[in-house]
Design a protein around this ligand. Structure first.
Ligand code: HEM
Length: 498
């Protein structure tokens, strides 16, 4: 009796899989869109879950295969899924038709406080919270905050001098320790010494790291809000109690103090003093509770560690391979220190033109986030190919591959900071290390300042040598990040007067 039942189950399952795949294929064919026939049900998610490859490469393979198509459909379980390849269509999704594509594409469950942050929020809540947090990142505020980053840079060099074993191996860890100190100080006002061995660094490293469990949770949250609700998936549950308790402690402590530090904790205190957040346009009201603010702090903190470290790593990796560019950056940094008698200022960092170009070009070649996604929230049409996109459709954009497409960047594999000679090069519709449009990285200016200040202190005191363990460069299996795993950087002390 059991065997026929199992057989019946298997046959039904196979028929169901076949019908779902056929349905996905017909869906796009009917709309005149090429469909990627491999794994018609799970599409690229199957490749990601089953193979030891990062998601950005899996998405990138699809881009390379269908580069000439304005968009290509693929299996996304029961959700129509589309990779957008054409630059005009990309601009349409991120900017022109934001009304239809303003959703990040992941649903979070109630009580998942740390996931309830600007990155993952949607709709009017997202708009209100983003509006309320944006003022912390204006140029005037960053200028006031600069002393925090400057101190983190100086302290970090002292730390490296006292711990020379950190100069030889695991450069990414060394760099992310600096980033953790800088963002920890900027978000929480924590002084750097405590951050070096703090549990915060551990959380930042683990939060977005790919594990089979975290990949499954993210995939379910992306593709089946129903199942995610049923299973009550919480994306960052393991860090929740510790993190919220820490933020509460910091806010309460700051309420007692009278000095202004211009960091995120100051902003939390002032938001709570001003009371309910209100959006006049939509009428939405939100209380700036400790939990809501903890969710924002959590994401600011994690974003300020791994992606910032990845940007510094990308710059140092390229400079360590190209001594002619490294010399130009060293000269620019040395001249600034000499002019200012060793004291860096916010303005002097902003004026370093060559460093700026090196950063832009390095994160073209190695964008810390290798692909982007949105969900369509109202029926619309993509202009190139006249592609009808229905509410609910997931759309993806292959950032890493677009940054290396010879159509947009001649000799794309060559490291050439002069590509960014003109400031407008950063406005190109396919250049998106920080994303694009209304959901552009809210911390971009902070991150650029943090990254450049770190680079300046590292390169004032050290020169770098890139060690690649066998070409081509290989990458760690990650859901969203781009992390080379056969590259390391050696820091070699320079002989300079400080
Ligand atoms: C170099 C470091 C960083 C890189 C490369 C980076 C990159 C990105 C990217 C690609 C996105 C998605 C944008 C899109 O979908 O169009 C994003 C979103 C975001 N980033 Fe960053 N980020 C960095 C650092 C930071 C920092 C330090 C903060 C905060 C202090 C931050 C806060 C955010 C927030 C809140 C969002 C969500 C924006 C929204 O959905 O409205 N990021 N970032």
């Amino acid at each position: 009796m059991l065997i026929p039942l199992i057989l019946l189950f298997l046959v039904t399952l196979l028929l169901f899989i076949h019908a779902t795949g056929k349905n996905n294929e017909n869906y796009w064919k009917k709309r005149g869109v090429k469909f990627h026939n491999k794994n018609k049900v799970m599409g690229i998610f199957w490749d990601f879950l089953m193979k030891n490859r990062p998601m950005f490469q899996v998405v990138g393979d699809l881009y390379k295969q269908y580069r000439e198509e304005p968009a290509v459909g693929f299996g996304g379980f029961f959700t129509p899924s589309l990779l957008i390849n054409d630059a005009t269509n990309i601009q349409h999704v991120f900017q022109t038709d934001f009304q239809a594509f303003n959703h990040r594409g992941i649903e979070i469950n109630e009580g998942d406080h740390l996931a309830d942050n600007i990155l993952l929020m949607n709709g009017n809540r997202w708009k209100l919270v983003r509006q309320s947090m944006t003022p912390i990142f204006t140029s005037a505020k960053l200028k006031k905050m600069f002393y925090i980053m400057d101190k983190s840079g100086k302290d970090f060099v002292t730390y490296l001098k006292n711990n020379p074993e950190r100069l030889k191996d695991n450069a990414f860890d060394t760099i992310s320790t600096y980033c953790c100190a800088a963002i920890g100080a900027a978000v929480f006002g924590i002084v750097s010494e405590s951050v070096f061995d703090s549990p915060f660094l551990d959380i930042a490293r683990k939060a977005f790291k790919s594990t089979f469990k975290s990949d499954i949770k993210t995939t379910i949250s992306s593709f089946s809000p129903w199942l995610s609700k049923k299973l009550n998936i919480k994306l960052f549950s393991e860090h929740q109690d510790f993190f919220i308790a820490a933020i509460k402690r910091i806010i309460r402590q700051r309420e007692q103090e009278n000095t202004k530090k211009y960091d995120f904790a100051d902003m939390c205190v002032s938001l709570q003093k001003s009371g309910t957040l209100r959006d006049r346009e939509t009428g939405l009201e939100l209380e700036p509770t400790d939990e809501l603010l903890s969710g924002q702090a959590f994401f600011f903190f994690t974003a300020g560690v791994e992606p910032s470290a990845a940007s510094i790593f990308a710059c140092l990796m390229e400079l360590g391979k190209h001594p002619e560019h490294l010399k130009k950056v060293h000269d620019e940094i040395d001249a600034t220190f000499e002019k200012l008698n060793g004291e860096l200022t916010y303005e002097s960092v902003m004026e370093m033109e060559y460093l700026e170009k090196v950063l832009c070009e390095s994160i073209r070649l190695l964008p810390p986030i290798g692909f982007l996604g949105r969900q369509c929230v109202e029926n619309t049409v993509l202009p190139v190919g006249n592609i009808k996109v229905e509410k609910g459709t997931k759309v993806f954009v292959a950032v890493y591959e677009l940054h290396r497409d010879p159509k947009y960047y001649p000799n794309p594999e060559v490291f050439d900071p002069e590509r960014f000679e003109s400031e407008s090069a950063q406005d190109s519709s396919v250049y998106m290390p920080f994303g694009k449009g209304n959901r552009l990285c809210v911390g971009m200016r902070f991150a650029r300042l943090q990254v450049k200040t770190g680079l300046i202190y590292f390169l004032r005191n050290y020169t770098v040598k890139t060690k690649i363990n066998g070409y081509p460069i290989r990458f760690r299996k990650e859901m969203i990040q781009v992390r080379p795993n056969n590259v390391d950087i050696e820091f070699i002390p320079r002989n300079i007067k400080n």
